[in-house]
Design a protein around this ligand. Structure first.
Ligand SMILES: [Zn+2]
Length: 212
């Protein structure tokens, strides 16, 4: 029943888009039909509460978006090609000037990293999250915690920062960074308040965050 209602809502929304939203913005879509030229590769979690275009107020065509559980960037040397292909295409072909890895509050993937037993029965999820590396150990070491709301927030920010480092293992990113053509950023989206924080990790020390 829930599924039927869900698909009905989806179909109704699609009709509304075609009948009212699209005609009102026809010039934008006609321009986009000829190609894309996004300036940002935005890597975020698949979580349904995170809407990149909504929270950044960017337009269709402005963000090249890649999503996976936990906004993880596997190191280039691993066999995972979905992320590697998205990064290579965005950087080398589309020429994006920025890569943003955006974590979000209450991220189930990071929760699972802090409590691996919770995903013991989910083979694919567990194996995927192993790519987050020893996040729990790093958080314990750096912040002296492994549970609680504040610890989760720090872990999510640390995870986003970790991925910005992993981006540099991708040759396309390393080359563009060396040429001064690209910047990488770690963001954190706080769902309950709408805040978007830029995370920084000066000299490998404590994670700090400021308003974007
Ligand atoms: Zn998430």
């Amino acid at each position: 029943m829930t599924n039927k209602l869900g698909i009905e809502k989806l179909d109704e929304g699609t009709r509304r888009f075609q009948e009212t939203v699209f005609p009102a913005r026809r010039p934008l879509f006609e321009k986009l039909a000829g190609g894309q030229s996004p300036s940002v590769l935005w890597i975020t979690c698949g979580d349904s509460r995170v809407d990149p275009l909504l929270i950044t107020q960017m337009e269709p065509g402005e963000l090249f978006i890649h999503r996976n559980i936990g906004n993880i960037v596997p190191p280039y040397a691993t066999p995972h090609r979905a992320e590697a292909a998205a990064i290579e295409y965005a950087v080398k072909v589309l020429g994006v000037q920025h890569v943003v890895v955006c974590g979000h509050a209450d991220c189930g993937a990071v929760k699972a990293c802090l409590n691996p037993a919770s995903v013991e029965a989910l083979t694919a999820v567990r194996e995927w999250l192993e790519l987050a590396g020893s996040l729990r150990e790093r958080v314990e070491q750096r912040f002296g915690c492994s549970e609680g709301e504040e610890c989760l927030e720090r872990a999510i920010q640390q995870n986003a920062l970790d991925q910005t480092q992993r981006l540099k293992t991708h040759p396309s990113v390393a080359e563009a960074l060396a040429a001064g053509k690209l910047q990488v950023h770690a963001y954190y989206y706080r769902i309950a308040t709408g805040e978007v924080l830029v995370c920084s990790n000066l000299e490998g020390e404590a994670v700090t965050a400021r308003r974007a």
